[in-house]
Design a protein around this ligand. Sequence first.
Ligand code: TYD
Ligand code: MG
Length: 455
Amino acid sequence: MKKKGFYRCQACGAVSIKWLGRCPDCGQWNTFVEETVESASAGNFNERKRDIEPPRPLSEITYTEGKRITTGIQELDRVLGGGVVQGSIVLIGGDPGVGKSTLLMQAVNGYVNSTKGVGLYVSGEESAAQIKLRAERLGIVSDSILVMAETLLENILSKAKELKPDMLVIDSIQTIYTEALSSAPGTVGQVRECAYKLMNFAKQYNIPTFIIGHVTKEGALAGPRVLEHIVDTVLYFEGERTSSFRILRAVKNRFGSTNEIGVFEMTQGGLKQILNPSEVFMQSKAVDEPGAVYTATIEGTRPIIVEIQALVSPTVFGMPRRTSIGIDYQRVSLLIAVLEKIGGLQLGLSDVYLNVVGGLKVLETAVDLSVILAIASSFREQPVERDTLVLGEVGLAGEIRLISQIENRLKEAQKVGFKKALVPQEAIRRKELNTGLELIGLKDIKEVLEYCFSL
Ligand code: TYD
Ligand code: MG
């Protein structure tokens, strides 16, 4: 068998026959790593070609709605699109320590409880004893979860074929490797080849497979992009180091919507699901500080109340600093400009820091007005009333624009005890909003500032 050697960029997957210092495709430095392929893999391809399926007319194709099975974790089920689909392959990405192994151990446990089957948990990162320790912490003692500490894919697959588990978990794709390639585990070639073989296995045996993937410093899944194309579903598990809240987000889902999130809290006894996130993200409701404003964002199908905090302080060294956590920085710059030009607030000599409480990321423009109000409130050192929800998109001329699903947001606010809401005037004019909240319709940010701070 002839071995062919080539070099592959670890960042974008570009191939070169000689080593290059800089990748001509993505421009990254020092990313080329040598890989070899047994040329026999061409033989595999021919084999696959033999049992070719003839094309059929679309109208004649039938399908059965795949059965979904619960993991016993409602928040995870929802992000998956309503439970685990048979034969699907799901990738879970996240920073080290965020709780991926914990989540999947709990998921396997719930799954085997609901199917009365067995789950196979393969770890290339931890020893069986370490996995046992974690399971003990989680209070999981089960005969139905089989644990295997192994890194060679061929071994994993042959055991899996023998056992035919009801669920397979691979604890980290970066630690396993296939004999077909001579490159080190974790390189693009290895990651892709292993994921591809796992996918074939999952489809062939109809076994739902979860793969854990690490995230690079830049926040992308290592083995960039290549993995995302192969699998059915990609979930990201996010959380700030300083907060115990974790958010599970779908970024790709062949079996469901991608804008659902699941909210968890990491506790002493594992991950606890948070079924009513609004209550979590507005913990400091009792404090009456300037710079904090409540708004509602829609995540998937759920409205969540979030607290936006701003701190405006005098600039010490010339250039004013602006930082934002949880909200798009460009959007914040734009809103500050509107606040200066239209609202008449002089922020040129102030640092502005923005934060979304609880580590949530808010990408909607529907929270614009709350950002503006938080900044203005901190600048003026006048609080905004705590029982008031603020909703509205802000345009460049300072006008307050309509937002989507306003009624849903208001209902959620009422449920958690808000009394009042500032909303775009248009929203009230167009339609009777039945929410039980006192609604204040506002036209532009001048009116808002006047209403809140009598400016
Ligand atoms: P882990 O699931 O190992 O993270 P990952 O697989 O994403 O690297 O969990 C990481 C952290 O969670 C670890 O620092 C300890 C903490 N933890 C708890 O707080 N409570 C628990 O019950 C468990 C199992 C872990
Ligand atoms: Mg882990």
